[in-house]
Design a protein around this ligand. Sequence first.
Ligand SMILES: Nc1nc2c(c(=O)[nH]1)N[C@H]1C(S)=C(S)[C@@H](COP(=O)(O)O)O[C@H]1N2
Ligand SMILES: [Mo]
Length: 392
Amino acid sequence: MTSHALRRRSVLGLPAAGLAGAALAHVGPLAGRADAGAPAILKPLPADRFIDYGSNAETRWESVDPHRYLTPQSDLFVRNHTRTPRIDAASYRLRVFGDGLADPAGVTLGLADLRQLPSVEVTSVHECTGNGRSFFDTQQGTKAGGTPWTLGAVGTVTWQGVRLRDVLRRAGLRADAVSVQGAGLDDEYVDKGENLGRVRRPFPIAKALDDALLAWGANGEPLLPDHGYPLRLVLPGWVGIASIKWLGELEVSRSELTSPWNTRWYNVGGPLGVNPVRSSWELPRDARIPAGRTAVLTGRSWSGAAPIARVDVSTDGGTTWSPARLRPAPGPRTEGHGWTRWTHTWHAPEPGPHQLLARASDLHGRTQPAIAAVNPNGYFFDAVVRHPVTVA
Ligand SMILES: Nc1nc2c(c(=O)[nH]1)N[C@H]1C(S)=C(S)[C@@H](COP(=O)(O)O)O[C@H]1N2
Ligand SMILES: [Mo]
Protein backbone atom coordinates (compact mmCIF):
# COMPACT_ATOMS: atom_id res chain seq x y z
CA MET A 1 0.00 0.00 0.00
CA THR A 2 2.68 2.50 1.04
CA SER A 3 4.58 2.39 -2.24
CA HIS A 4 1.30 2.70 -4.11
CA ALA A 5 0.18 5.66 -2.01
CA LEU A 6 3.58 7.31 -2.37
CA ARG A 7 3.61 6.76 -6.09
CA ARG A 8 0.20 8.36 -6.35
CA ARG A 9 1.35 11.20 -4.19
CA SER A 10 4.45 11.88 -6.22
CA VAL A 11 2.31 11.94 -9.35
CA LEU A 12 0.28 14.64 -7.65
CA GLY A 13 3.54 16.40 -6.76
CA LEU A 14 2.86 16.28 -3.02
CA PRO A 15 5.78 15.05 -0.92
CA ALA A 16 4.38 12.62 1.66
CA ALA A 17 6.43 14.25 4.44
CA GLY A 18 4.78 17.57 3.78
CA LEU A 19 1.24 16.38 4.42
CA ALA A 20 -0.58 18.09 7.23
CA GLY A 21 -1.92 15.96 10.09
CA ALA A 22 -5.48 16.30 8.88
CA ALA A 23 -4.55 14.97 5.44
CA LEU A 24 -2.80 11.93 6.94
CA ALA A 25 -6.18 10.60 7.98
CA HIS A 26 -6.83 10.04 4.29
CA VAL A 27 -3.65 8.12 3.54
CA GLY A 28 -4.62 4.56 2.72
CA PRO A 29 -6.20 2.50 -0.02
CA LEU A 30 -8.94 5.06 -0.58
CA ALA A 31 -6.52 7.99 -0.77
CA GLY A 32 -7.04 9.91 -3.94
CA ARG A 33 -9.90 7.71 -5.15
CA ALA A 34 -12.30 9.63 -7.31
CA ASP A 35 -15.18 7.64 -5.80
CA ALA A 36 -14.00 7.84 -2.18
CA GLY A 37 -17.42 9.20 -1.23
CA ALA A 38 -19.36 6.56 -3.19
CA PRO A 39 -21.65 4.24 -1.24
CA ALA A 40 -20.19 0.89 -0.15
CA ILE A 41 -23.15 -0.97 -1.67
CA LEU A 42 -24.47 0.07 -5.08
CA LYS A 43 -27.83 -1.71 -5.35
CA PRO A 44 -30.92 -0.17 -3.73
CA LEU A 45 -31.56 -1.32 -0.14
CA PRO A 46 -35.25 -0.57 0.44
CA ALA A 47 -36.01 -0.44 4.18
CA ASP A 48 -38.86 -2.95 3.88
CA ARG A 49 -36.47 -5.58 2.45
CA PHE A 50 -33.10 -4.90 4.12
CA ILE A 51 -31.52 -4.00 7.42
CA ASP A 52 -28.71 -1.67 6.33
CA TYR A 53 -25.45 -1.69 8.33
CA GLY A 54 -23.49 0.54 5.93
CA SER A 55 -21.11 -1.74 4.04
CA ASN A 56 -23.22 -4.79 4.97
CA ALA A 57 -26.96 -5.39 4.63
CA GLU A 58 -29.18 -8.33 5.53
CA THR A 59 -32.42 -9.51 3.98
CA ARG A 60 -35.52 -9.10 6.13
CA TRP A 61 -37.11 -12.52 6.54
CA GLU A 62 -40.60 -11.05 6.52
CA SER A 63 -39.91 -9.81 2.96
CA VAL A 64 -39.05 -13.31 1.67
CA ASP A 65 -41.75 -14.47 -0.75
CA PRO A 66 -42.88 -17.98 0.36
CA HIS A 67 -43.73 -18.78 -3.28
CA ARG A 68 -40.22 -18.08 -4.50
CA TYR A 69 -37.49 -20.64 -3.86
CA LEU A 70 -34.41 -18.73 -5.06
CA THR A 71 -33.24 -15.43 -3.62
CA PRO A 72 -33.22 -12.74 -6.33
CA GLN A 73 -29.89 -10.89 -6.40
CA SER A 74 -31.79 -7.67 -5.69
CA ASP A 75 -32.83 -9.17 -2.32
CA LEU A 76 -29.63 -11.01 -1.41
CA PHE A 77 -27.60 -9.90 1.66
CA VAL A 78 -24.33 -8.04 1.00
CA ARG A 79 -21.14 -8.35 3.02
CA ASN A 80 -18.38 -5.95 1.95
CA HIS A 81 -15.14 -5.48 3.85
CA THR A 82 -14.70 -2.18 2.02
CA ARG A 83 -16.87 -1.18 -0.93
CA THR A 84 -18.17 -2.60 -4.18
CA PRO A 85 -15.68 -1.87 -6.97
CA ARG A 86 -16.70 -1.16 -10.57
CA ILE A 87 -14.93 -3.66 -12.80
CA ASP A 88 -14.86 -3.58 -16.58
CA ALA A 89 -15.63 -7.08 -17.93
CA ALA A 90 -13.83 -6.47 -21.23
CA SER A 91 -10.46 -5.79 -19.60
CA TYR A 92 -11.04 -8.14 -16.65
CA ARG A 93 -8.31 -10.76 -16.14
CA LEU A 94 -7.92 -13.58 -13.63
CA ARG A 95 -4.36 -14.49 -12.70
CA VAL A 96 -3.78 -18.11 -11.66
CA PHE A 97 -0.30 -18.74 -10.26
CA GLY A 98 1.76 -20.48 -7.60
CA ASP A 99 4.10 -23.41 -6.96
CA GLY A 100 1.14 -25.80 -7.14
CA LEU A 101 1.20 -25.33 -10.93
CA ALA A 102 3.63 -26.92 -13.38
CA ASP A 103 4.76 -23.39 -14.30
CA PRO A 104 4.54 -21.25 -11.13
CA ALA A 105 4.20 -18.10 -13.26
CA GLY A 106 0.81 -19.54 -14.21
CA VAL A 107 -1.73 -18.16 -16.64
CA THR A 108 -3.88 -15.10 -17.08
CA LEU A 109 -7.44 -15.71 -18.23
CA GLY A 110 -10.16 -13.42 -19.52
CA LEU A 111 -13.89 -14.15 -19.36
CA ALA A 112 -13.84 -15.37 -22.96
CA ASP A 113 -11.19 -17.96 -22.04
CA LEU A 114 -13.31 -19.20 -19.14
CA ARG A 115 -16.37 -19.48 -21.35
CA GLN A 116 -14.50 -22.04 -23.49
CA LEU A 117 -14.70 -24.50 -20.58
CA PRO A 118 -17.84 -26.60 -19.92
CA SER A 119 -20.37 -24.43 -18.09
CA VAL A 120 -22.23 -25.67 -15.02
CA GLU A 121 -25.18 -24.63 -12.90
CA VAL A 122 -25.20 -25.25 -9.14
CA THR A 123 -27.86 -24.31 -6.60
CA SER A 124 -26.46 -23.58 -3.16
CA VAL A 125 -27.08 -21.79 0.09
CA HIS A 126 -24.97 -18.65 0.32
CA GLU A 127 -24.40 -17.50 3.89
CA CYS A 128 -22.19 -15.34 6.07
CA THR A 129 -20.31 -17.11 8.88
CA GLY A 130 -21.62 -14.53 11.35
CA ASN A 131 -25.29 -15.01 10.42
CA GLY A 132 -27.38 -15.00 13.61
CA ARG A 133 -24.55 -13.32 15.58
CA SER A 134 -26.90 -10.91 17.43
CA PHE A 135 -28.52 -13.89 19.19
CA PHE A 136 -25.28 -14.61 21.05
CA ASP A 137 -26.15 -11.36 22.85
CA THR A 138 -29.95 -11.34 22.98
CA GLN A 139 -30.47 -15.06 23.59
CA GLN A 140 -27.29 -16.21 25.36
CA GLY A 141 -25.99 -13.02 27.01
CA THR A 142 -22.52 -13.31 25.42
CA LYS A 143 -22.22 -10.32 23.07
CA ALA A 144 -19.74 -10.80 20.19
CA GLY A 145 -18.08 -8.10 18.06
CA GLY A 146 -18.99 -7.70 14.38
CA THR A 147 -22.10 -6.98 12.33
CA PRO A 148 -25.13 -7.81 14.54
CA TRP A 149 -26.87 -9.95 11.90
CA THR A 150 -30.21 -11.46 12.84
CA LEU A 151 -30.83 -14.39 10.45
CA GLY A 152 -30.91 -12.58 7.11
CA ALA A 153 -27.27 -12.97 5.98
CA VAL A 154 -28.30 -15.96 3.85
CA GLY A 155 -29.92 -16.79 0.52
CA THR A 156 -30.19 -19.61 -2.00
CA VAL A 157 -28.84 -18.95 -5.47
CA THR A 158 -28.46 -20.95 -8.70
CA TRP A 159 -24.98 -20.03 -9.86
CA GLN A 160 -23.75 -20.22 -13.45
CA GLY A 161 -20.08 -20.61 -14.23
CA VAL A 162 -17.28 -23.12 -14.62
CA ARG A 163 -15.75 -25.70 -12.33
CA LEU A 164 -12.70 -24.47 -10.49
CA ARG A 165 -11.09 -27.86 -11.13
CA ASP A 166 -11.39 -27.37 -14.89
CA VAL A 167 -9.68 -23.98 -14.59
CA LEU A 168 -6.92 -25.36 -12.37
CA ARG A 169 -6.25 -28.27 -14.72
CA ARG A 170 -6.11 -25.93 -17.66
CA ALA A 171 -3.60 -23.84 -15.65
CA GLY A 172 -1.33 -26.89 -15.15
CA LEU A 173 -2.31 -28.14 -11.68
CA ARG A 174 0.30 -30.37 -10.04
CA ALA A 175 -0.76 -33.57 -8.24
CA ASP A 176 0.93 -32.38 -5.03
CA ALA A 177 -0.91 -29.06 -4.73
CA VAL A 178 -2.64 -28.75 -1.32
CA SER A 179 -4.05 -25.25 -1.00
CA VAL A 180 -5.86 -22.63 -3.12
CA GLN A 181 -6.41 -18.98 -2.22
CA GLY A 182 -8.66 -16.45 -3.96
CA ALA A 183 -8.03 -12.71 -3.64
CA GLY A 184 -10.47 -9.92 -4.50
CA LEU A 185 -10.02 -6.81 -6.62
CA ASP A 186 -11.75 -4.62 -4.04
CA ASP A 187 -9.70 -2.19 -1.94
CA GLU A 188 -7.15 -3.45 0.53
CA TYR A 189 -8.68 -3.95 3.96
CA VAL A 190 -7.47 -1.72 6.78
CA ASP A 191 -8.33 -2.85 10.31
CA LYS A 192 -7.61 -0.36 13.11
CA GLY A 193 -4.87 1.28 11.05
CA GLU A 194 -3.28 -1.99 9.93
CA ASN A 195 -3.35 -2.71 6.19
CA LEU A 196 -4.06 -6.42 5.72
CA GLY A 197 -4.03 -6.29 1.94
CA ARG A 198 -6.60 -7.72 -0.44
CA VAL A 199 -9.48 -9.73 0.99
CA ARG A 200 -8.29 -13.33 0.50
CA ARG A 201 -8.99 -16.72 1.95
CA PRO A 202 -7.37 -20.10 1.41
CA PHE A 203 -9.14 -23.46 1.23
CA PRO A 204 -8.06 -27.08 0.72
CA ILE A 205 -7.44 -28.47 -2.75
CA ALA A 206 -10.10 -31.13 -2.03
CA LYS A 207 -12.82 -28.46 -2.05
CA ALA A 208 -11.36 -26.94 -5.21
CA LEU A 209 -11.48 -30.32 -6.95
CA ASP A 210 -14.94 -31.15 -5.64
CA ASP A 211 -17.69 -28.55 -6.23
CA ALA A 212 -16.06 -25.10 -6.14
CA LEU A 213 -17.10 -22.81 -9.01
CA LEU A 214 -16.02 -19.65 -10.69
CA ALA A 215 -19.41 -18.00 -11.23
CA TRP A 216 -20.36 -15.22 -13.61
CA GLY A 217 -24.11 -15.62 -13.18
CA ALA A 218 -26.75 -15.87 -10.48
CA ASN A 219 -30.28 -17.15 -11.24
CA GLY A 220 -29.61 -16.79 -14.96
CA GLU A 221 -28.47 -13.16 -14.84
CA PRO A 222 -24.98 -11.64 -14.79
CA LEU A 223 -23.70 -11.05 -11.26
CA LEU A 224 -24.65 -7.67 -9.85
CA PRO A 225 -21.63 -5.48 -9.01
CA ASP A 226 -22.32 -5.97 -5.28
CA HIS A 227 -22.21 -9.75 -5.66
CA GLY A 228 -18.88 -9.98 -7.46
CA TYR A 229 -19.29 -8.92 -11.10
CA PRO A 230 -17.80 -10.06 -13.36
CA LEU A 231 -16.53 -13.23 -11.61
CA ARG A 232 -16.54 -14.67 -8.11
CA LEU A 233 -15.63 -17.87 -6.36
CA VAL A 234 -18.48 -19.97 -4.97
CA LEU A 235 -17.75 -22.70 -2.42
CA PRO A 236 -21.14 -24.39 -1.93
CA GLY A 237 -21.97 -25.03 1.74
CA TRP A 238 -18.87 -23.28 3.00
CA VAL A 239 -18.30 -20.12 5.05
CA GLY A 240 -19.22 -17.11 2.89
CA ILE A 241 -15.77 -15.54 3.23
CA ALA A 242 -14.28 -18.27 1.01
CA SER A 243 -16.54 -17.20 -1.89
CA ILE A 244 -14.29 -14.32 -2.91
CA LYS A 245 -16.04 -11.65 -5.00
CA TRP A 246 -14.41 -9.72 -7.87
CA LEU A 247 -11.88 -12.52 -8.08
CA GLY A 248 -8.54 -11.15 -9.29
CA GLU A 249 -6.10 -13.87 -8.32
CA LEU A 250 -6.00 -17.54 -7.49
CA GLU A 251 -2.87 -18.83 -5.84
CA VAL A 252 -2.28 -22.59 -5.93
CA SER A 253 0.30 -23.92 -3.51
CA ARG A 254 2.15 -27.08 -2.48
CA SER A 255 2.17 -25.79 1.11
CA GLU A 256 -0.69 -24.60 3.35
CA LEU A 257 -1.60 -21.00 2.49
CA THR A 258 -2.78 -18.64 5.21
CA SER A 259 -4.30 -15.18 5.42
CA PRO A 260 -5.79 -13.12 8.26
CA TRP A 261 -9.17 -14.40 6.99
CA ASN A 262 -8.39 -17.96 8.06
CA THR A 263 -6.08 -17.32 11.03
CA ARG A 264 -7.32 -14.16 12.77
CA TRP A 265 -10.92 -14.38 11.55
CA TYR A 266 -13.22 -17.22 10.54
CA ASN A 267 -11.22 -19.46 12.82
CA VAL A 268 -12.42 -21.15 16.01
CA GLY A 269 -9.50 -23.34 17.05
CA GLY A 270 -9.00 -24.02 13.34
CA PRO A 271 -10.20 -22.45 10.08
CA LEU A 272 -13.98 -22.73 9.66
CA GLY A 273 -15.26 -24.64 6.65
CA VAL A 274 -18.71 -26.21 6.29
CA ASN A 275 -21.67 -24.12 7.50
CA PRO A 276 -23.91 -25.38 10.34
CA VAL A 277 -27.70 -25.99 10.38
CA ARG A 278 -29.99 -22.99 10.82
CA SER A 279 -33.68 -22.09 10.48
CA SER A 280 -35.81 -18.98 10.20
CA TRP A 281 -39.51 -18.13 10.20
CA GLU A 282 -40.70 -15.89 7.37
CA LEU A 283 -42.05 -13.40 9.91
CA PRO A 284 -40.90 -10.13 11.47
CA ARG A 285 -39.80 -10.18 15.10
CA ASP A 286 -42.83 -9.42 17.28
CA ALA A 287 -45.21 -10.26 14.43
CA ARG A 288 -48.94 -9.80 15.16
CA ILE A 289 -50.92 -12.90 14.37
CA PRO A 290 -54.72 -12.57 14.21
CA ALA A 291 -56.54 -14.40 17.02
CA GLY A 292 -59.45 -16.75 16.40
CA ARG A 293 -58.18 -18.05 13.04
CA THR A 294 -55.95 -20.83 11.85
CA ALA A 295 -52.53 -19.37 11.01
CA VAL A 296 -50.41 -20.92 8.24
CA LEU A 297 -46.81 -20.09 9.13
CA THR A 298 -43.84 -20.60 6.81
CA GLY A 299 -40.09 -20.73 7.17
CA ARG A 300 -36.89 -22.26 5.80
CA SER A 301 -34.02 -24.39 7.11
CA TRP A 302 -30.61 -25.02 5.63
CA SER A 303 -27.29 -26.73 6.25
CA GLY A 304 -23.88 -26.45 4.62
CA ALA A 305 -23.32 -30.19 4.80
CA ALA A 306 -26.43 -31.90 3.44
CA PRO A 307 -30.10 -31.41 2.61
CA ILE A 308 -32.55 -30.92 5.49
CA ALA A 309 -34.05 -34.18 6.79
CA ARG A 310 -36.66 -32.83 9.22
CA VAL A 311 -37.83 -29.70 10.99
CA ASP A 312 -39.67 -29.64 14.32
CA VAL A 313 -41.53 -26.56 15.45
CA SER A 314 -42.88 -25.30 18.75
CA THR A 315 -45.38 -22.46 19.30
CA ASP A 316 -45.20 -22.60 23.10
CA GLY A 317 -41.59 -21.67 23.76
CA GLY A 318 -40.25 -25.22 23.40
CA THR A 319 -42.60 -27.19 25.68
CA THR A 320 -44.28 -29.17 22.89
CA TRP A 321 -42.98 -29.90 19.39
CA SER A 322 -44.49 -31.12 16.14
CA PRO A 323 -42.98 -31.82 12.73
CA ALA A 324 -43.28 -29.05 10.13
CA ARG A 325 -44.43 -30.02 6.64
CA LEU A 326 -41.40 -29.91 4.34
CA ARG A 327 -41.99 -28.64 0.81
CA PRO A 328 -40.11 -30.32 -2.05
CA ALA A 329 -37.47 -28.24 -3.83
CA PRO A 330 -38.72 -26.99 -7.20
CA GLY A 331 -37.33 -28.38 -10.46
CA PRO A 332 -35.50 -28.38 -12.74
CA ARG A 333 -32.85 -30.00 -10.59
CA THR A 334 -29.37 -28.57 -10.62
CA GLU A 335 -26.36 -29.87 -8.72
CA GLY A 336 -25.75 -29.01 -5.09
CA HIS A 337 -28.51 -28.16 -2.68
CA GLY A 338 -30.36 -25.12 -1.45
CA TRP A 339 -32.55 -24.57 1.57
CA THR A 340 -35.79 -26.36 2.45
CA ARG A 341 -39.07 -24.49 2.75
CA TRP A 342 -41.58 -25.65 5.37
CA THR A 343 -45.07 -24.89 6.59
CA HIS A 344 -46.72 -25.14 9.98
CA THR A 345 -50.46 -24.82 10.48
CA TRP A 346 -51.18 -23.25 13.86
CA HIS A 347 -54.71 -24.15 14.91
CA ALA A 348 -56.62 -21.74 17.16
CA PRO A 349 -53.67 -19.84 18.64
CA GLU A 350 -54.41 -18.42 22.11
CA PRO A 351 -54.31 -14.61 22.38
CA GLY A 352 -51.18 -13.28 24.07
CA PRO A 353 -47.40 -13.43 23.60
CA HIS A 354 -45.84 -16.63 22.25
CA GLN A 355 -42.41 -17.86 21.24
CA LEU A 356 -42.02 -19.72 17.97
CA LEU A 357 -39.11 -22.16 17.65
CA ALA A 358 -37.90 -24.19 14.66
CA ARG A 359 -35.26 -26.88 14.98
CA ALA A 360 -33.86 -28.58 11.87
CA SER A 361 -31.75 -31.70 11.28
CA ASP A 362 -29.80 -32.46 8.13
CA LEU A 363 -29.17 -35.73 6.33
CA HIS A 364 -25.75 -35.92 7.99
CA GLY A 365 -27.50 -36.22 11.36
CA ARG A 366 -26.65 -32.73 12.58
CA THR A 367 -29.42 -31.03 14.62
CA GLN A 368 -29.63 -27.44 15.80
CA PRO A 369 -28.66 -27.28 19.50
CA ALA A 370 -30.42 -25.33 22.26
CA ILE A 371 -27.26 -23.30 22.89
CA ALA A 372 -24.63 -22.28 20.32
CA ALA A 373 -20.92 -22.67 21.14
CA VAL A 374 -19.61 -19.27 22.28
CA ASN A 375 -16.60 -17.80 20.43
CA PRO A 376 -15.15 -14.27 20.51
CA ASN A 377 -16.20 -13.23 16.99
CA GLY A 378 -19.67 -14.72 17.14
CA TYR A 379 -19.46 -17.22 14.29
CA PHE A 380 -21.79 -20.15 13.59
CA PHE A 381 -24.78 -19.21 15.77
CA ASP A 382 -26.72 -22.38 15.05
CA ALA A 383 -28.93 -22.65 18.16
CA VAL A 384 -32.70 -22.73 17.84
CA VAL A 385 -33.79 -19.08 17.75
CA ARG A 386 -36.71 -17.96 19.95
CA HIS A 387 -38.98 -15.86 17.77
CA PRO A 388 -41.45 -13.69 19.72
CA VAL A 389 -44.94 -13.08 18.27
CA THR A 390 -48.22 -11.77 19.68
CA VAL A 391 -51.60 -13.29 18.90
CA ALA A 392 -54.22 -10.54 19.12
N1 LIG B 1 -13.44 -9.62 -2.49
C1 LIG B 1 -14.28 -9.85 -1.48
N2 LIG B 1 -14.89 -11.04 -1.42
C2 LIG B 1 -15.74 -11.30 -0.40
C3 LIG B 1 -15.98 -10.36 0.63
C4 LIG B 1 -15.32 -9.10 0.53
O1 LIG B 1 -15.49 -8.19 1.35
N3 LIG B 1 -14.47 -8.89 -0.54
N4 LIG B 1 -16.79 -10.70 1.68
C5 LIG B 1 -16.94 -12.14 1.95
C6 LIG B 1 -17.96 -12.47 2.92
S1 LIG B 1 -17.51 -12.34 4.54
C7 LIG B 1 -19.17 -12.98 2.56
S2 LIG B 1 -20.29 -13.52 3.71
C8 LIG B 1 -19.57 -13.07 1.14
C9 LIG B 1 -20.82 -12.25 0.90
O2 LIG B 1 -21.21 -12.32 -0.45
P1 LIG B 1 -22.35 -11.36 -1.01
O3 LIG B 1 -22.07 -9.96 -0.58
O4 LIG B 1 -22.38 -11.55 -2.48
O5 LIG B 1 -23.67 -11.83 -0.39
O6 LIG B 1 -18.57 -12.61 0.26
C10 LIG B 1 -17.25 -12.90 0.66
N5 LIG B 1 -16.35 -12.50 -0.39
MO1 LIG C 1 -19.17 -13.35 5.83
